[in-house]
Ligand binder design. Structure first.
Ligand SMILES: Nc1nc2c(ncn2[C@@H]2O[C@H](COP(=O)(O)OP(=O)(O)OP(=O)(O)O)[C@@H](O)[C@H]2O)c(=O)[nH]1
Length: 564
């Protein structure tokens, strides 16, 4: 059993048992910030003895960005008769320099210097955090740490038995595996969608996730441990640069996803300007070698970024964009996650696995919702395309096929007809004296007559027949597997129905008649147009012969009276 003692021996606080608590020990520590120049160990120990150290008020000590170097002390009391092994870990990966001194009976028995300004291989225990193994002898030991960094000086200290510490680390790595695996899968899937659909929003979504992973890998220390263990200089700049790139990636995705170019062109320009301004100041900070400035730029950018994403989501929802609802909830989840993590790191709320990792949980929710939103947009886009295609094929007045659709839909049956030599006919008909009807009752009434005729036609054709408005007051029907006699019966039925039709207008109701031309395919009709031309000739003949009749070319002429 190992006890941790805070404060000078004379005023020792109650000693927590470390083995039972996987919590940061900030409250059991005391600290002194170097306000009047650098202190060496001897000076720090002397200051400690003089009671100049202040007690740690929170589990995780936090001194902010660009803070002066700080000395931290805690005492360990081993009440047993044998040494007890403990693992001290400082779970912030970005600290520039940390000196640790283990002292017993007023003498330093072990000292380490770590920090991300030193190559990774120099760490006493290989890990993304700063870890030290120490066997505490019976009785009291003192631990002094000196921490120096321009980065956020957050110092979550844990003192655990090595087994618990290793299990905790394995658990953390496992969960990072899940987070990165999930995000990589989404990234790959959307990159494939981009490759096949060529829509930039999928690319920017993948990029946004990739930049989140890159940023996360950097600030969790995985990058330094796995990817750039010797790139000490890059390690100094990786966090601010990747934070800014991540936020820029998010905004670039938002621009495309929310289609700001169409909906809010000025907002889009402002967002691009905002990104460019921050990127410019960051570049300046890098050129000047001013890390504190770079960090201030990146954190303020990240802070504004979360609010901006939320604001863009809100205005887009208000502009009626359905998919923006997903975006808004996603941005909100990411924001809550980032907020919880920040509060837990700074010790305002309990630093549990859930609160500390909330930023990643928020990002998983964010990424999932955005993937759903992209899928939703894809589906809506497809439906719109299909609807547009259908509309492009319809005659707007009568909702019958237009000419283009007629040719589309008859292409296959026509080839069948030609290949198998089936009898096929085409029927063309044209309303008689339609100009006079328009003149007498107005164009709107003429339209009503055309719609009523189309309705009759729609109900007269059989399955497989293709009816269309050919133009003006002229209609066409392609009749597959239909010889002249059968076509004649169909046409005659339709002619009578049209003649019997009454279309009401202000002063009563009007009636119309129609003239029909019929042509049955024969070997001389090499194309459908040739057959249509033949039907057109018959129609002309029907008109010539007095209208309100069906004329079959090469076949009989059936005036209304003859068939009545
Ligand atoms: N109301 C209405 N009229 C149309 C439409 N399309 C064409 N028309 C009219 O249809 C009339 C066709 O006139 P014409 O080609 O002289 O034929 P017609 O008067 O029917 O005479 P015949 O065909 O010889 O019996 C024109 O007055 C066109 O303006 C339409 O969509 N709506």
């Amino acid at each position: 059993m190992l006890l941790l003692a805070a404060g000078a021996a004379a005023v020792a606080a109650p000693l927590p048992v470390l083995k039972d608590s996987v919590a940061a020990i900030g409250r059991s520590t005391e600290f002194l910030q170097e306000r009047d120049g650098r202190l060496d160990l001897a000076a720090a120990v002397a200051a400690y003895r003089q009671g100049r150290f202040a007690p740690g008020a929170r589990p995780v000590l936090d001194f902010g960005i660009g803070a002066k170097p700080v000395w931290i002390h805690f005492a360990v009391d081993n009440p047993t008769a044998a040494p007890v092994a403990r693992r001290l870990s400082l779970e912030t990966s970005w600290l520039d320099r940390v000196d640790v001194y283990f002292r017993e009976g007023g003498a330093t028995v072990a000292r380490y210097r770590v920090g991300d300004t030193l190559p990774f291989a120099e760490r006493p225990v290989r890990g993304r955090y700063f870890v030290f193994e120490h066997a505490f002898p019976p009785g009291r030991s003192d631990v002094f740490l000196r921490v120096e960094t321009p980065d956020p000086m957050v110092v979550p200290l844990y003192l655990l038995d090595p087994e618990t510490a290793r299990a905790r680390q394995a658990e953390q790595e496992f969960s990072y595996g899940i987070v990165y695996g999930f995000l990589f899968a989404l990234m790959a899937y959307n990159a494939i969608l981009f490759a096949s659909l060529r829509s930039a929003r999928y690319l920017f979504y993948s990029l946004y996730l990739a930049l989140f992973v890159a940023m996360n890998i950097a600030y969790t220390g995985h990058g330094f441990a796995w990817l750039w263990p010797d790139a000490v200089r890059w390690q100094q700049w990786a966090n601010p640069v990747l934070i800014v790139l991540y936020a820029m990636g998010g905004l670039q995705f938002a621009i495309r996803f929310l289609d700001l170019r169409t909906y809010f062109p000025r907002v889009r320009r402002a967002v691009i300007g905002f990104c460019a301004a921050f990127a410019g100041v960051l570049a300046l900070a890098v050129v000047l070698g001013n890390q504190t400035l770079a960090l201030l730029v990146s954190f303020s950018f990240a802070f504004l970024f979360t609010w901006l994403m939320l604001a863009l989501g809100i205005v887009s929802v208000r502009a009626g964009q359905k998919a923006a609802r997903y975006f808004l909830i996603a941005a909100f989840a990411a924001m809550v996650g980032a907020l919880l993590t920040t509060l837990s790191v700074w010790g305002f709320i309990p630093n549990t696995v859930w609160t500390f990792r909330a930023v990643e949980i928020g990002m998983l929710v964010d990424a999932t919702l955005l993937a759903l939103a992209l899928a939703y947009q894809l589906r809506v886009g497809q439906e719109e395309r299909i609807r547009a295609q259908r509309l492009a094929q319809l005659d707007p007045l009568t909702a019958l096929n237009n000419r283009r659709a007629f040719y589309d839909k008859t292409a296959a049956p026509w080839s069948q007809t030609v290949r198998h030599g089936h009898s096929t006919s085409v029927m063309l008909f044209d309303l008689d004296h339609f100009k006079a009807l328009n003149d007498a009752h107005g164009h709107a009434h003429g339209d009503a007559v055309l719609r009523a005729t189309a309705e009759l036609l729609r109900h007269s054709v059989r399955q497989g027949d293709v009816a269309a408005r050919w133009g003006g007051e002229e209609f066409i029907v392609f009749l597959p597997e239909t010889d002249a006699a059968e076509a004649m019966r169909l046409a005659e039925r339709l002619r009578r129905a049209i003649a019997a039709m009454r279309v009401p207008h202000d002063g009563g109701a009007s009636s119309v008649t129609a003239s029909f031309g019929l042509a049955q395919r024969n070997p001389s009709h090499l194309t459908l147009d040739a057959l249509i031309a033949a039907a057109d000739e018959c129609l002309y003949e029907a008109k010539q012969q007095g209208r309100d009749r069906v004329t079959a070319c090469g076949g009989g002429n059936f005036p209304a009276a003859a068939l009545a």
